[in-house]
Design a protein around this ligand. Structure first.
Ligand SMILES: [Zn+2]
Length: 108
């Protein structure tokens, strides 16, 4: 049994369950979670997002039986900054400046 947690989005859970049923999967919902009697749902989840044009949503595998389907929130929304050279995440402008200096040495 695979559980897909739709992050409190009951609407997307219902839609996903219907989508899976339409593809002959046995699916049921419980609040915002979808339970499927099928091991290989990963590909189905990806095509569900593509077919329903849910750009910005991502499927994350938490463990072999648990998936999370949720909107990706850019880290910038939480007030974090990201080093444009290596992707390192810092929480303040000062930290970023200090971090960038470390690259400076290698880049010069
Ligand atoms: Zn960096």
């Amino acid at each position: 049994m695979i559980t897909i947690d739709c992050a409190n989005d009951n609407e997307i859970a219902t839609e996903l369950a219907n989508y899976l049923k339409g593809h002959h999967f046995e699916a049921k919902t419980e609040k915002s979670s979808v339970m499927v009697n099928e091991a290989n749902v990963e590909q189905m989840l990806e095509s569900f997002l593509v077919e329903t044009k849910r750009l910005g949503y991502k499927v994350r595998k938490i463990d072999p039986t648990n998936f999370l389907l949720a909107k990706e929130v850019p880290i910038e929304d939480f007030g974090f900054l990201r080093c444009e050279m290596c992707g390192y995440v810092v929480s303040s402008e000062e930290e970023l400046l200090i971090h960038r200096r470390a690259h400076g040495i290698q880049l010069l």
